[in-house]
Design a binder for this molecule. Structure first.
Ligand SMILES: [Zn+2]
Length: 309
């Protein structure tokens, strides 16, 4: 299966001094399981970067971090050649200037989240803003960024945006429709099944589908339900299928967080499935819930591949 959202590059960067562990984990997840996907470098606030990922503020530099990770991947053969992946940047808080998008494209970046949960110079994420006078939605710089991403041919990942930012990005995409903007929500579920801030309303799901975008139904418990995780995971997939009339826009996402250094006991229990058996488990779940072979193939592989054509 293709994993539409996995912060593997952050994991590699964090553990650059312990490549033995990195290799062991990669061997496990790539063995007959994950065949490709969007592998991200993930950025949050400086405090969170340090406390949760052990990345110091002075180390944070999107371009340098990405170059370092690519060097490790190449020199140490971390990711097998047959794994087809796209590089994503989750959270552009540390982008120094809009023109740096060109450099990121050259380095292989094909998908970005303009915002993570926090608000930044481009727009607002789903985490509530403390100061009430702060405007929600895209900033002027954010509009320039979206235009630049569309012109460059980088996909815009709408997971983590709040509703204002989401719809203002859609407006920009409508403005530049001739340039065929690529949009997706790499790891978000359905609000009408489970009302989590990171999930999408039916209208948001329809808007992504209208642009031929994909929605990565994510196997993180907090976005699925309070309990009955496996069954609720299927409910989210079924809901998108019913809403859109087919499975063409549905893909799968793990957003595996078991590598977090802080509170390992908690983070090892955030995902529904163990990363090394996620493909087997989801396939079995889809079969048991009467999805056809053809639908399963589309959800696991074809829809993702078609999106990047
Ligand atoms: Zn995320």
């Amino acid at each position: 299966m293709y994993d539409c959202h996995y912060d593997l590059l952050t994991y590699i960067y964090m553990n650059r001094n312990n490549l033995k562990e990195v290799k062991q984990r990669c061997n496990k997840i790539f063995n007959n399981n994950i065949t490709g996907g969007i592998f991200n470098l993930f950025y949050m606030s400086e405090k969170e970067m340090y406390e949760e990922l052990e990345i110091k503020p002075e180390e944070i530099d999107i371009i340098l971090n990405l170059k370092k990770v690519q060097e490790i991947i190449q020199e140490e053969n971390i990711i097998p050649k047959n794994i087809k992946y796209i590089i994503g940047i989750e959270g552009l808080d540390y982008l120094k200037k809009i023109e740096d998008i060109d450099e990121l494209y050259k380095l292989g970046v094909r998908s970005v989240n303009p915002v993570w949960n926090n608000h930044n110079k481009f727009g607002t994420g789903v985490r509530p803003i403390k100061k009430t006078n702060n405007k929600k939605g895209l900033t002027e710089l954010g509009c320039r960024l979206i235009k630049k991403l569309i012109e460059t041919g980088i996909a815009i990942d709408l997971s983590h945006c709040d509703e204002e930012t989401f719809w203002e990005i859609i407006q920009e995409c409508i403005k530049y429709k001739k340039l065929k903007p690529k949009i997706l929500a790499s790891h978000s579920n359905c609000k009408s099944i489970y009302n989590a801030p990171r999930n999408l309303t039916d209208n948001q799901i329809k808007a992504i589908a209208e642009f031929g975008g994909i929605i990565g139904i994510v196997e993180v418990k907090a976005f699925c339900s309070d309990l009955e995780y496996e069954q609720s995971y299927i409910k989210h997939i079924n809901h998108v299928k019913k809403l859109l009339g087919n499975v063409e826009n549905i893909v799968l996402a793990t957003d595996d967080m078991s590598y977090y250094k802080i509170e390992p006991k908690y983070y090892q229990n955030v995902n529904i499935f163990k990363q090394e058996e996620v493909e087997y488990k989801i396939t079995k779940l889809l079969k048991n819930n009467k999805f056809t072979e053809n639908e399963i193939e589309k959800i696991k592989n074809k829809n993702y591949i078609n999106f990047w054509k």
